[in-house]
Ligand binder design. Structure first.
Ligand code: URA
Length: 433
């Protein structure tokens, strides 16, 4: 079998056979197939798509490219949560300890930033000492002891996805339903949770821009998960503006901590509770969504969720002093106000542009080997529906450069200011089971 023929098959819109998909995934993982051929195939899949059978085969081949984690020694029903990626999405830092605080074991595998979206691991590494590399035994031990561990996609877990994920990031082949579904579900299946709750983002800051595409992605992932014996639920949530106010790394941790301490940052708290309540129901710890939601909301307000977060940070070597005193987290040298050119109401914020502006500041990667600056980022001061007067600050850029012009321009172009107040936006669009 030759890789060039497989690329050509897909380029010409044909369905790949199981043998062809397995040949590619195994060969690329071993290093026998070079990045340029893998990139060409990714681009062909991007344009030609894959049918259900091809996606299932791709997912299984990526699971089989490495080991799978056996979580059976963890007591209780293990639930994992995964987001398809958004801007300012720090729900994992709220949801994971929140769910752990009601006794549900969360064994979570997370990734790094991709494209204009930030990554859970990059954000967590804002806390000095925090370690995402651990042996399987330590991972299991930590979940048994603290009900929560978050590990990087280290070792040999879905290594094909690990390689493809960073290749796609720099070859403009992220936003493809088969590739996202295969990537996310291979990791979720290999990491052994009993149930999976997916946060599928839709809108300007998501990989899937329309509700229709997002729903197709959600249904694909729910189908793969349920077919392979994992109870899978997808929440389709809005990403037409960043979630919360903070975009970056350390500043996102700060905002998550505020919500963990009961602060009413509306969209972040609401979505976190939604995801956590579904996790609690699939874990069969609560019989109804409403009962779960109320108890979880109480744990945000009574400090139990925050305590679970602190314990988790300490267990993974993180400096908890930075959590107790958030001013100790990394910060930047300059704070630059971006001012509104006119008065009116914020009608739209192009979340992807905000994500790219944060990336230019150094919060994300432009190429796969770039280092992250944890202290830079963007604090939005205005969100959709807010009134703004001419010259009022729309956002503050935390930068290492006193005049980060590219980012200023991006943020200015992201904001649409109109005379009339827009209709409120819907945060939770649909739940797919
Ligand atoms: N998140 C993933 O894990 N993979 C993707 O392809 C996109 C988002």
């Amino acid at each position: 079998m030759r890789m060039v023929d497989i690329i050509q098959q897909k380029r010409n819109g044909h369905v790949l056979t199981q043998e062809e998909i397995e040949f590619f995934v195994a060969g690329y993982t071993r290093g026998d197939i070079p990045d340029y051929q893998a990139s060409a195939l990714m681009m062909a899949i991007y344009f030609q798509g894959m049918d259900e059978q091809e996606i299932a085969t791709l997912t299984q081949a990526m699971v089989d490219s490495g080991e799978t984690i056996d979580l059976s020694s963890i007591k209780g029903h293990k639930v994992d949560k995964h987001s398809t990626g958004g801007v300012g999405d720090k729900t994992s830092f709220v949801v994971a300890p929140l769910v752990a605080s009601v006794g549900i074991p969360v064994a979570k595998m997370s990734g790094r930033g991709l494209g204009h979206t930030g990554g859970t691991l990059d954000k967590l590494e804002s806390v000095s000492g925090f370690d995402i590399e651990m042996s399987k035994a330590d991972f299991v031990d930590r979940v048994n002891t603290n009900k929560l561990a978050i590990a990087g996609q280290t070792g040999n877990l879905a290594p094909a996805d690990k390689k493809l994920y960073s290749l796609r990031d720099v070859t403009a082949t992220v936003d493809s339903i088969p590739l996202i579904a295969g990537s996310i579900m291979s990791k979720k299946l290999a990491s052994g949770a009993d149930s999976i709750v997916l946060d599928v983002k839709t809108g300007s800051g998501a990989f899937m821009k329309t509700l229709e595409e997002s729903e197709a992605l959600a249904r694909e992932m729910v189908r793969i998960g349920n077919n392979l014996g994992r109870n899978t639920v997808a929440v389709i949530s809005d990403m037409n503006q960043p979630l919360g106010f903070e975009v970056g790394n350390a500043n996102e941790i700060k905002e998550a901590v505020a919500v963990l301490k009961g602060e009413r940052i509306h969209d972040l708290r609401r979505l976190s509770l939604e995801l956590a309540a579904h996790m609690a129901v699939v874990a069969e710890v609560f019989s109804s969504y409403e009962e779960a939601y109320d108890q979880l909301a109480e744990n945000l307000d009574n400090g139990k969720a925050f305590e679970a977060f602190r314990t988790f940070i300490a267990a993974q070597g993180g400096n908890v002093e930075m959590i107790d005193d958030l001013n100790k987290l990394p910060s930047s040298q300059y704070h630059v106000d971006v001012k509104s050119p006119k008065g009116g109401y914020v009608a739209a914020i192009d979340a992807e542009s905000i994500g790219v502006a944060a990336m230019y500041l150094g919060a994300g990667r432009a190429t796969k080997d770039d280092a992250i600056n944890h202290g830079v980022g963007i604090s939005l001061q205005k969100k959709i529906g807010d009134e703004v007067s001419e010259g009022e600050t729309l956002a503050v850029l935390h930068a290492e450069d006193a005049h980060p012009q590219d980012s200023i321009d991006r943020v200015l172009s992201a904001y649409v200011i109109e005379d009339d107040q827009p209709d409120p936006i819907t945060l939770i669009h649909k739940v797919i089971k």
